[in-house]
Design a protein around this ligand. Structure first.
Ligand SMILES: [Zn+2]
Length: 374
């Protein structure tokens, strides 16, 4: 028997005139929603016991699946069992959605629409997106690295972002710090950033902290977050964050830029003592002030922090979702002039003063500011 194939709109009209619409997809396919008022019966369950769902062989039955193929087969199986009024929705739920027809869902429309490209990724899906909504990230620095990282983490739906920066927006920042606008010159960077990020995604909660990271506040700032991103790009903050992340067992996503070059890594020694390195395993001591690169003097190509900051955001999302392989134990270096990435293996230092197993923590050191965070 050939089965009638109808458009989603036709199905909706007939459903409202009393036809029974049955969604024959599997339960795990319901993440993006189901057609409004449809009965949910996975195909095999329906074919094995149609009487449990359909009250009589002459009921007007409309079947829908993901793309229209399974519903057609299910209709043929029901026809073979004596059901007489059967139709299959051409194009399935995708076409139903595309036609703008009503959908039932456990999630609100904003969630489904905003994150639809994540929800379609098996590695993210509804569970991963909810994980991101529950996630808490500390982003130190609302400057060159922090700008792309914060924008994309907010867009991706990370539920809570704590931004820490004590600086105000300066005209010379605007060449690369895209969180800020000309109109924001002179205002606090965290205030300017909050405004832009909330405009992008009002679902994200921003905790704006206008302060420097110090030995006194570092543990409070880090204590209740899942991932820390170092977007400060200055040595005092970098050592403080690294030491505190080891103490408090938090992964630290590190990034740094200089002229046309940048580097990025993940330091996860706090959670993986003795197997993953910390920042001090790489650089046990800060450079002397006269040797430290100074952004204001050395300069930086405007797009460079954009690239490195986005690599940091990518690593943060992977850590939050628990997918892929992180940069822990690897230092990724980028050279914009040659357009080359280069990777160096990093091993934990068995004599590291901070992260070696059994090392007694020497306490936080306040280092003299060497480069005012850019
Ligand atoms: Zn170490």
């Amino acid at each position: 028997m050939s089965i009638e194939e109808i458009s989603p709109q036709e199905a909706r009209d007939r459903q409202q005139r009393g036809a029974v619409l049955i969604d024959v997809r599997e339960t795990d396919e319901h993440a993006l929603g189901t057609p409004a008022d449809a009965l949910l019966r996975p195909r095999l369950q329906l074919e094995n016991d149609p009487d449990a769902t359909i009250a009589g062989k002459n009921v007007d039955v409309l079947l829908i699946c993901g793309s229209g193929k399974r519903s057609l087969r299910a209709a043929q199986a029901l026809a073979a069992q004596g059901y007489t009024r059967l139709a299959s929705v051409a194009g399935g739920f995708h076409a139903w959605q595309a036609a703008g027809l009503p959908i039932s869902s456990a999630h609100d429309g904003d969630f489904l629409e905003r994150y639809s490209r994540h929800l379609r990724l098996p590695q993210v899906g509804v569970d991963g997106q909810k994980k991101l909504e529950r996630a808490r990230v500390l982003l130190v620095g609302a400057g060159g690295l922090g700008s792309p990282a914060a924008f994309y983490l907010a867009a991706a739906g990370v539920g809570f972002l704590r931004l820490v920066d004590d600086d105000v927006v300066d005209r010379s920042n605007l060449q690369r710090q895209i969180l800020h606008t000309d109109a924001g010159i002179g205002t606090a960077k965290v205030a300017s950033a909050t405004q832009r990020l909330t405009a992008l995604n009002p679902r994200v909660r921003i905790d704006a902290v206008q302060a420097r990271v110090t030995a006194n506040n570092v543990e409070t700032l880090i204590g209740d977050v899942d991932v820390v991103i170092d977007g400060a790009d200055n040595f005092p903050t970098r050592y403080l964050l690294s030491d505190a992340c080891v103490q408090m067992a938090k992964p630290l996503v590190y990034g740094a830029v200089h002229r046309f070059e940048g580097q990025v890594s993940v330091f996860d020694a706090g959670r993986r003592r003795g197997t993953a390195p910390c920042y001090r395993c790489l650089f046990p001591e800060p450079p002397r002030a006269e040797d430290a690169p100074n952004c204001a003097e050395a300069g930086v190509l405007g797009v460079l922090p954009g690239i490195i900051g986005l690599l940091q955001a990518t690593e943060a999302l992977k850590l939050l979702l628990g997918v892929g392989r992180s940069l822990s134990g690897r230092l990724l270096q980028f050279d914009a002039l040659q357009m080359r990435f280069h990777e160096i293996r990093l091993s934990p230092d068995p004599d590291c003063a901070v992260c070696a197993p059994g090392a007694v923590f020497p306490g936080y050191q306040e280092l003299q500011a060497i480069c005012a965070g850019h």
